[in-house]
Design a protein around this ligand. Structure first.
Ligand code: TXA
Ligand code: MG
Length: 350
């Protein structure tokens, strides 16, 4: 049986958090809110505990986990080398949606890093997460708290749907503010490389460091399944609802026309169609179930709703979800990365 605790977003209750912290210390699993998405945590230094995460999610064991900390001093036991730029980045972006990949120490089990010699570390920016990590006072390995492959969970109902009775505790701390996962930045080499775009934008990192490289797999499909990417996660089917997702990208007028055409065609074939529109476009659609994800001028609103709407369309029994391409600047690069992957690279350029 999973215990579910609802906590205050700003001042999480001591009793619930300390109970969950004990569960972590004893090798159990706890789903908890972060500012990005909900995470499923276990003691990163306890291999049996980490195995429970993989089992609950049905996650392939060659996909490494991010280690979560609450205090910057914890990195000393987790990494074997601290690059100079680490301190600049941590000072600027922690706690926050940035995961830093560094050379791992020998304390971290191979299972956490899927055999890699590096580890991704992040300090989440959510009172419940920080307090849980503080009370447990152990590094906590935590992937997103969803069944492997499905859209990431941004509210507690998503976690309950996917993981009820598969984990020990679920902490309900409300909706996740960012709605997309952290940016994964590799700082082991000469150039800092974004392996996964996320809550911290390339522009923000560039402003802090003066440079940043975006890994080519952020957009392109792996040439073959045996190609070894720097971020193993890019290999797998990801963020996918049951419905078939089709991205339509291009100038707004053409994009609207194409989505109307696609919707009409699918409806003729007796398919149920959902359209993930935006404030600027929603009134131009004629067919299907039309929902606005947010404001194109404020892409963070689209980020916050994206995974939730994929799940919502699934609940409504849609067969097809049509989504609109958006500008790739700022958080747009992360939104487009998730959208294209949710669609299995099914993109119509108009
Ligand atoms: O916002 C987030 O990052 C959330 C919350 C819970 O913190 N966590 C999350 O974890 O998204 P997960 O496991 O769903 O995604 C982790 C990603 C994967 O794509 C994985 O391949 C990559 O980070 N990753 C982890 N460790 C890595 C490493 N040492 N080198 C390269 N990529 C790594
Ligand atoms: Mg995930």
């Amino acid at each position: 049986m999973t215990k579910i605790f609802k906590v205050d977003k700003i001042e999480p209750e001591f009793q619930s958090i300390s109970y969950a912290a004990e569960v972590l210390k004893k090798g159990g699993t706890v789903a908890f809110p972060t500012e990005t998405v909900y995470g499923l945590g276990a003691n990163a230094l306890d291999e049996d505990a980490v195995n429970r995460i993989f089992a609950a999610k049905g996650r392939p064991s060659d996909n490494p986990l991010i280690v979560h900390i609450w205090n910057i001093n914890q990195i000393n036991e987790l990494v074997s080398e601290i690059p100079d730029i680490f301190f600049k980045l941590a000072e600027k972006f922690w706690p926050g949606p940035l995961t830093l990949v560094m050379k791992k120490s020998s304390w971290i089990p191979e299972l956490v890093t899927a055999g890699l010699d590096t580890v991704g570390i992040r300090m989440p920016n959510h009172p419940a997460a920080l307090l849980l990590l503080k009370y447990a006072d152990i590094p906590v390995a935590a992937p997103s708290a969803n069944i492997s492959g499905s859209p990431s969970p941004t509210r507690v109902e998503h976690v309950i749907n996917d993981l009820n009775n598969k984990v020990d505790v679920i902490i309900d701390g409300g909706d996740c503010a960012v709605g997309l996962e952290s940016t994964v930045l590799d700082i082991t080499g000469n150039e800092p490389v974004i392996l996964r775009p996320g809550g911290v934008t390339p522009e923000q990192i560039e402003k802090t460091l003066g440079r940043v490289v975006v890994d080519k797999y952020v957009y392109s499909k792996l040439e073959t399944q045996s190609t070894k990417p720097r971020s193993p996660g890019v290999k797998y089917k990801h963020y996918s609802p049951r419905a078939k997702v089709i991205v339509v990208d291009g100038p707004l007028d053409k994009l609207i026309a194409e989505i109307n055409k696609q919707a009409q065609n699918h409806i003729k074939q007796n398919k149920r169609v959902g359209i993930m529109a935006t404030e600027q476009t929603k009134d131009y659609y004629v067919y299907g179930e039309i929902l606005s994800a947010g404001d194109r001028e404020k892409p963070e609103t689209i980020a916050a709703n994206f995974f939730r709407l994929l799940r919502f369309f699934d609940e409504k029994g849609m067969d097809v979800i049509l989504t609109e391409g958006i500008d790739r600047s700022g958080i747009g690069i992360a939104i487009m990365n998730r959208m294209i992957r949710a669609a299995g690279y099914n993109v119509i350029n108009v």
